[in-house]
Design a protein. Structure first.
Length: 176
C-alpha cells in the first residue's frame, strides 16, 4: 500500500493534526501494523515539500505539546484523484516465494508434495483466523478480511493445480 497517497487521501477529508492523521490511518489500515509516528511526520514533510499539503500552524494540545495542523492543497487533491482512479496492475511479479520454493524443492530432489501440503495447512489456518476476525466486526474489517481470504483462496487453487501437475513439472525442471 502506498502510505503517502493514503495519508494524502485522509487529509482530503479536512485539516487535521499529525496525531489524528495517524489515528485515522491505524483505524482503517493499520490494525495489524500501526504506522510509526516518525513515518507520518517524515511523509508529511515530503508532502509539504512537494506542494501537496500545507502546514497551517500550531495550536496548543490539551496540556500537551503544540500540534501542527495540515491541509491538502488543490495539487494534493488532484494527486489523490489520479491515484484513486489509476487501476492497480495485478501481481506485477509473477514469481512468488511459493513458486520459487516449489522449483527449488524439485531441483534439490526434496519433497515438493510435503512443501505444498505444509503451505496448504498454513493457508487454511490463516483462513480460519480471518474468518473469526470477521465475526461481529465492522464492515471495513469484514471487507479487509474478505480481500485477504479471496487471495488465499486463489493461492489454494494454485497449490491444488500444482500438486496435480507436480510429476510433469518435476520432469520439466529436471530436464532443463
Amino acid at each position: 500500500m502506498d502510505k503517502a497517497q493514503t495519508l494524502l487521501g485522509l487529509l482530503g477529508t479536512g485539516p487535521t493534526h499529525g496525531y489524528d492523521l495517524k489515528a485515522d490511518y491505524d483505524r482503517f489500515f493499520g490494525t495489524r501494523k500501526p504506522l510509526a509516528f516518525g513515518q507520518v511526520y517524515a511523509t508529511l514533510a515530503r508532502l509539504i515539500r512537494d506542494g501537496l499539503i500545507l502546514a497551517l500552524g500550531e495550536s496548543s494540545g490539551d496540556g500537551g505539546p503544540d500540534r501542527k495542523s495540515y491541509q491538502i492543497t488543490p495539487a494534493g487533491r488532484t494527486r489523490v484523484e489520479e491515484w484513486m482512479f489509476t487501476p492497480e496492475t495485478p501481481e506485477p511479479d509473477l514469481q512468488s516465494n511459493l513458486f520459487a520454493k516449489t522449483i527449488i524443492a524439485l531441483l534439490l530432489n526434496a519433497d515438493a508434495d510435503r512443501l505444498l501440503d505444509l503451505q496448504r495447512a498454513e493457508h487454511l489456518a490463516r483462513m480460519r483466523v480471518l474468518t473469526r476476525e470477521k465475526q461481529g466486526a465492522d464492515l471495513a474489517t469484514v471487507l479487509m478480511c474478505d480481500h485477504a481470504l479471496f487471495h488465499i483462496e486463489a493461492d489454494l487453487r494454485w497449490i491444488e493445480l500444482t500438486s496435480a501437475r507436480l510429476g510433469e513439472l518435476r520432469g520439466q525442471v529436471r530436464g532443463a
